[in-house]
Write a protein that binds this ligand. Structure first.
Ligand SMILES: [Mg+2]
Length: 188
C-alpha cells in the first residue's frame, strides 16, 4: 500500500490490473479520507482537467442544504487552478439538485442513475474534457466508482462525510466493506 506524497495526502493508490477480476469494476484509482486530502494543483499536474463531483456525503452531508466551508474552499481552489467541474448526482430530488448546483455555480449532468453511463457522458459533454483527463470524486463504489470505470474515467473514493444516508445505501456499505478488504490486499 503506497501512501502518496503531499497533494493526495494519505491517498491509497490501487492497481486495478492486479485486482481480483470480478471486483475490478469497483476498484477506485485512489482512496482518501476527505476532500481536504485532494490538492487540486496536484490533479492538474497529473494532467487532469475536469472533476466530476458526487454531491451527497461527498460535498455535503446527505440531504443537507448548506455546504460546509471546507467544501466551498476546496471548490474555490479547483476553480483557481482551472479545473472544469460538473456535478453527477443520483439524488431523486431534482429541485434540490438544481438549487445546490446554483449555490456552487457548477452545472449538473442529466441522465439516469449512476453507474449508468449516460450522466457521465453528459458531464463530459458539459466540461468538454475527454475521459482520460477527467477524474470522478465520490463516496460510493457501486455508483461513483463503478460508473467512472465503465467509461475509463479515473476516480477518487472519499470517505462519506456523514453516517446518515439513504436506507438502501446502508446495504451497499456492507458490500463495500467486504470489497474494500479484498481491494486493500491488492493496493500498491
Ligand atoms: Mg454520495
Amino acid at each position: 500500500m503506497q501512501i502518496l506524497e503531499a497533494g493526495l495526502k494519505e491517498a491509497v493508490k490501487f492497481d486495478r490490473s492486479r485486482t481480483f477480476a470480478p471486483l475490478r469494476r469497483f476498484c477506485p484509482t485512489y482512496r482518501v479520507s476527505s476532500l481536504d486530502s485532494i490538492d487540486p494543483n496536484v490533479l492538474w499536474d497529473m494532467s487532469y482537467r475536469a472533476i466530476l463531483l458526487d454531491v451527497d456525503n461527498t460535498l455535503i452531508p446527505w440531504k443537507g442544504m448548506k455546504f460546509p466551508d471546507t467544501t466551498m474552499d476546496w471548490i474555490a481552489k479547483c476553480r483557481e487552478v482551472g479545473l472544469k467541474l460538473c456535478i453527477v448526482s443520483n439524488t431523486r430530488n431534482k429541485p434540490r439538485l438544481k438549487l445546490l448546483s446554483e449555490k456552487l455555480g457548477i452545472p449538473h449532468a442529466e441522465g439516469p442513475m449512476k453507474p449508468g453511463r449516460a450522466a457521465f457522458v453528459d458531464a463530459m459533454r458539459i466540461t468538454g474534457v475527454p475521459s482520460e483527463a477527467t477524474i470522478m470524486v465520490g463516496d460510493q463504489l457501486f455508483t461513483d466508482v463503478w460508473g467512472a470505470n465503465r467509461l475509463g474515467i479515473a476516480s477518487i473514493w472519499v470517505t462519506p462525510m456523514a453516517k446518515r444516508e439513504f436506507f438502501g445505501t446502508k446495504f451497499s456499505r456492507l458490500a463495500e466493506r467486504m470489497i474494500t478488504r479484498l481491494l486493500k490486499r491488492h493496493a500498491e
